[in-house]
Design a protein around this ligand. Structure first.
Ligand SMILES: [Zn+2]
Length: 357
């Protein structure tokens, strides 16, 4: 296990964090907050600067994320902004909101038959990709070695594609014109690779993929296999980082087996799975499972409920390790601070290996 600890430390994580991942006796389960949208909303409440301005300005954006590190003392941060960066750079239009992250408004093309018209955007020039690249640069200049490691995020290829052509068109296309869907997926994947590598080149420690559209809540496991896995494979292999964090929301139990076989997958971030069964699927592979702490409970539950659901996750982890306690998805804006603190403190109090609850 010490080899794995050394390998993990190369990413910049502390020894304590690495030991927690390998369930070294005396160490504690590491925690992670997925807090892109929450951070932007908190920064708006603190400064009055609109969410639109925050997500379009690297200085504000990185500050909004770093604030969360200082406030809750989490050492792993991800610059998860909104999942429209790539589609917007292809020409999709968004609703920009004052208090929360923007939402898709109008796709870049109205039909899959227009896929040939799409020009491949340049991460250095198009949409808000340059803002995200500047965040990476600011991180390198100002915050690296400040006690946390920072991972960039790209939207997964299926998620980006669904916003480029509209989700209904994409779903229909999977049945009626699969060749055009593959054409779109290829184009989008190239941008995922270029954009991810540009973030790493600019100074981020790593880059992760957020791919909610791949969830079995949205598409069948068969469509996941046909339209998503080949592209995630290609992207993972081409990203210049040792291991990739992939987040898929919603129901994912039926795709776990396919998911963990995608090369270079290091962390699978899940919404709601059977932890024991998922650890069984992972077996001896060094793949870390993150998530499962309900964001709805974090938003609406009492601290006692938050403590209970967190303890429940920890008890299922048991001696296994390879677990990061984390919200199931991006924390909802307005999640009460006391619930976030309860979640973190519960992990510290009950997450010490060997866990015995
Ligand atoms: Zn999610």
């Amino acid at each position: 296990m010490s080899l794995i600890v050394e390998g993990l430390k190369k990413y910049g994580v502390s020894e304590e964090f690495a030991k927690g991942l390998t369930a070294t006796p005396g160490s504690t389960v590491p925690t992670l907050l997925l807090a892109g949208g929450y951070s932007v909303n908190e920064y708006f409440k603190k400064t009055g600067i609109s969410a639109k301005e925050i997500v379009s300005n690297a200085n504000h954006l990185i500050k909004s994320q770093v604030d969360i590190h200082y406030r809750f003392k989490v050492e792993l941060l991800s610059c998860l902004v909104d999942l429209n960066i790539i589609s917007e750079s292809f020409g999709a239009k968004l609703y920009y909101e004052k208090e929360v992250l923007p939402m898709p408004n109008k796709p870049a093309i109205n039909s899959l038959s227009d896929v040939d018209e799409l020009e491949i955007p340049d991460p250095k020039k198009d949409g808000r990709m340059p803002v995200i690249l500047d965040c990476a640069k600011l991180y390198r200049e100002k915050y690296s070695k400040k006690g946390f490691i920072y991972s960039g995020v790209i939207e997964g290829p299926l998620t980006a594609a669904s916003n480029v052509v509209g989700i209904e068109n994409l779903m229909r296309g999977m049945k009626k014109s699969p060749t055009l869907v593959h054409k779109l997926m290829k184009k989008v994947s190239e941008v995922c690779i270029e954009f991810g590598n540009a973030q790493i080149e600019n100074g981020l420690d790593s880059v992760g993929i957020a791919e909610p559209t791949a969830s079995s809540t949205v598409i069948s496991p068969e469509f996941f296999k046909e339209f998503c896995v080949p592209y995630l494979k290609r992207i993972n292999l081409k990203l210049n980082t040792m291991g990739i964090f992939i987040h898929i929301c919603g129901y994912t139990q039926p795709i776990i087996e396919q998911w963990i076989k995608i090369p270079k997958t290091l962390i699978i971030s899940v919404d709601d799975v059977d932890l024991k069964e998922t650890f069984k699927s992972i077996g001896k592979k060094f793949i870390i499972l993150a998530g499962n702490v309900s964001t709805t409970s974090l938003l609406r539950g009492t601290p006692q409920e938050v403590e209970d659901i967190t303890k429940n996750c920890l008890s299922e982890v048991g001696e296994n390790g390879k677990y990061i306690a984390s919200p199931a998805c991006d924390l909802a804006p307005g999640t009460p601070e006391k619930n976030i603190i309860t979640f973190i403190n519960t992990c510290k109090k009950y997450g010490k290996f060997p866990i015995n609850l």
